[in-house]
Design a protein around this ligand. Structure first.
Ligand code: ADP
Ligand code: GN1
Ligand code: MG
Length: 367
């Protein structure tokens, strides 16, 4: 649907007048726009987002979480006398009524953030330093939230990383086969079914008290952290919709999923899909540098496994969406969710082949 973003912008309490705006970024969930306002000091950009309310059934709860998280991070930065605070945490602009989001006539929830300038997100990483810096930033983010006041955050997507539930949903999608696609993906289904034994591992470790529930980001793909253009530092963690109780290993695993992959998430030439062990090492070292002291022995033992598991989990989510008719993730062409499935599954296979080398990396990094 086309939205009148100028009218939406008018609801927010922003200095100056609206100049221009257009779609921005490559996120799979929300509608994101970069908008420019003419201000006394010159043009200034903001990020305007429509929350996907098919995915986030309770957008108000999402915004309450984000307000709590950004307030806490800002307080910490202020206490630490950090420079450049507006680039180190997301900052919400209030509406003219003083609210943190705007609801339009069609019931869409909109929010406006300060644009983090002189920094980029990367869909594919090029250097190991980028991986190190990104992982360090996500680890730091988790550490900063360890003393978030006010109790646990709301669960904005129930069972988001419940890999057993994700697996069962795949089975239901195969069974329902609403688009008659199940026969075509028999090999992919077989790949998934052969790995069912993985899906309970972290859930069981949590249930038995060996790994704790903490506040995690839960969507640590590497285009959800902005790297500073000048220093390369992971300056700001973004995309806070799924910040909620989770396992540190979910965050670690999803970073590895995106960093080890040497090609786009929907690459069609599968010969390119081979996991980059040097990126695994950089993510491991970066994450341990900031969050290492927050991890227990069981978490450390499962670092490499979590990468395989989360890659598998996202793979079965893409496959489920393909079977259900591409209703969840944004797609820009036919079969894109199937191509995304292929890449995730090939990465799982690649990580299986490199399991010993990955274990060795963790052993060296923690020695
Ligand atoms: P989605 O949930 O759809 O992935 P994101 O919140 O990740 O949405 O935003 C999509 C993209 O927009 C990001 O990958 C990033 O490139 C860009 N972006 C989001 N917030 C900001 C910001 N405050 N400053 C600059 N770029 C941003
Ligand atoms: C989505 O929102 P985005 O594009 O950063 C998804 C993640 C998936 C990812 C796969 C809320 O992330 O869980 O891992 O796509 N986010 C949600 O690329 O479902
Ligand atoms: Mg995103």
């Amino acid at each position: 649907m086309k939205h009148d973003i100028q009218t939406v912008c008018a609801a927010f309490d922003v200095e100056g007048s609206y100049v221009s705006g257009g779609p921005y970024g490559t996120g799979h969930i929300n509608d994101t726009y970069a908008v420019t306002f003419d201000q006394a000091q010159g043009p200034k950009r903001y990020i305007l987002q429509r929350i996907n309310h098919d995915v986030f059934k309770n957008p108000v709860q999402v915004m309450e979480n984000i307000e709590r998280v950004t307030r806490h991070l800002r307080n910490k930065l202020t206490v630490a006398r950090a420079d450049d605070i507006d680039r180190r945490t997301l900052t919400l602009l209030p509406t003219r009524e003083g609210l943190p989001f705007h609801v339009d006539a069609d019931g869409n929830h909109w929010r406006l953030y300060i644009f983090i300038e002189q920094a980029q997100t990367y869909d594919e990483l090029e250097t190991t330093d980028q991986a190190f810096q990104a992982a360090k930033a996500f680890g730091h983010f988790m550490k900063q939230l360890a003393d978030l006041p006010g109790g646990p955050l709301a669960e904005t997507i129930p069972g988001f990383h419940d890999t057993r539930a994700r697996f069962d949903t795949l089975q239901a999608a195969i069974e329902a086969d609403v688009c008659n696609r199940a026969a075509e993906v028999a090999d992919e289904i077989a790949f998934a079914n052969a790995r069912e034994s993985m899906v309970d591992t972290l859930l069981d470790l949590h249930r038995s008290g060996k790994i704790p529930l903490v506040t995690t980001h839960n969507d640590t793909k590497l285009n959800n952290v902005m790297l500073d253009d000048a220093t390369g530092e992971g300056i700001c963690v973004i995309d806070l919709d799924t910040v909620m109780p989770g396992l540190s290993l979910y965050d670690f695993g999803d970073m590895v999923r995106t960093a080890m992959r040497p090609c786009p998430e929907d690459e069609t030439d599968l010969s390119k899909v081979v996991g980059r062990i040097e990126m695994f090492e950089a993510i491991t070292r970066g994450y341990l540098a900031s969050a290492g002291d927050a991890l227990n022995a069981t978490e450390i033992e499962n670092l490499a496994f979590s990468a395989r598991l989360i890659t598998f989990e996202i793979g079965i989510r893409f496959l489920t969406d393909y079977l259900q008719g591409d209703v969840y993730f944004k797609t820009h062409r036919d079969r894109q969710n199937l191509d995304r499935t292929h890449v995730q599954f090939k990465m799982v296979a690649s990580m299986e082949q490199q399991a010993d080398a990955m274990a060795q990396v963790v052993a060296m990094a923690t020695a």
